[in-house]
Design a protein around this ligand. Structure first.
Ligand code: ADE
Length: 255
């Protein structure tokens, strides 16, 4: 049984490639895939690409070409929910496409043909990921040496691992009014999104189509507003890729 580890960021992927036993690089659909073993288990590592279509293509290739039995996705996201701070991790309970709108033919956010707007992640895989995320954030200041204030983000005394809805769309949200509108519009419709990113819902849909388990963990890199002064490349290097490494290796040991 092969597990796909999908990374949103090249830095996350290269950290994992360094841990691969019997690494083998293959090109397919214009993408690089790494086959090998992590913690003695067969994996394929891939980069999602940016945006829903790129991520859906990668996910489809993972299933069709590499025959993976489940997909685990790590990356970064903007925090939308109350108390979802830079340096926290959100493990997806389910996903929604915030830019899906086929109204008046279908209710706003409903994915046509699926009779729903939210696609659930696998509960068992997500529980393992949530436990690994909790251990990561608990030791953030110790093991990972993460101090958000050094990256320009507000100082927070403790970091949290959250579990809930993540919204995806083909838009990098970087304005306070837009983040507020997105959050309140979704919340008022009964969709309290904790975070926003650009790929997860597409992968959730592909996994739903093929009937394979899916789980995702996103490290919060910003608050999706214009006051998020985080030094993104440094954040990715010092925090997000180390969190991803820790979460994925913990998960692989527990599968
Ligand atoms: N990924 C990380 N931060 C994001 C944001 N603010 N909007 C969309 N995707 C993101």
């Amino acid at each position: 049984m092969t597990t796909a580890i999908l990374s949103a960021l090249p830095e996350e992927q290269s950290t994992l490639v360094a841990h691969l036993a019997h690494p083998q690089r293959l090109m397919h659909a214009g993408r690089a895939f790494w086959r090998g073993e992590l913690a003695g288990r067969a994996v394929v590592l891939a980069l999602s690409g940016i945006g829903k279509v790129a991520a859906a293509t990668t996910a489809t290739a993972l299933v069709e070409r590499f025959g993976v039995a489940r997909i685990v996705f790590t990356g970064v996201a903007g925090g939308l929910g109350d108390g979802v701070n830079v340096g926290d991790v959100v493990v997806a309970e389910d996903y929604l496409q915030h830019d899906m709108d086929a109204s008046p033919l279908f209710p706003r956010w409903e994915v046509p043909g699926y009779a729903r707007s939210r696609l659930a992640c696998d509960a068992d895989l997500s529980a393992i990921l949530l436990e690994a995320a909790g251990a990561c954030v608990a030791s953030a200041r110790g093991q990972f040496g993460f101090k958000p204030e050094l990256l320009g983000a507000p100082a927070v005394t403790s970091h949290r691992a959250h579990h809930g809805l993540i919204a995806s769309g083909d838009r990098f949200v970087c304005a306070a009014d837009e983040a507020h509108r997105l959050r309140t519009t979704l919340q008022d419709a009964g969709h309290p999104a904790l975070a926003v990113e650009m790929e997860g819902a597409a992968v959730a849909q592909v996994c739903h189509d093929y009937g394979i388990p899916f789980a995702a963990a996103r490290t919060i890199s910003d608050r999706a507003d214009d006051t998020a002064h985080v030094d993104f490349p440094r954040f990715v290097q010092t925090v997000a890729s180390r969190y991803a490494e820790h979460m994925v290796l913990t998960l692989m040991q527990k599968l």
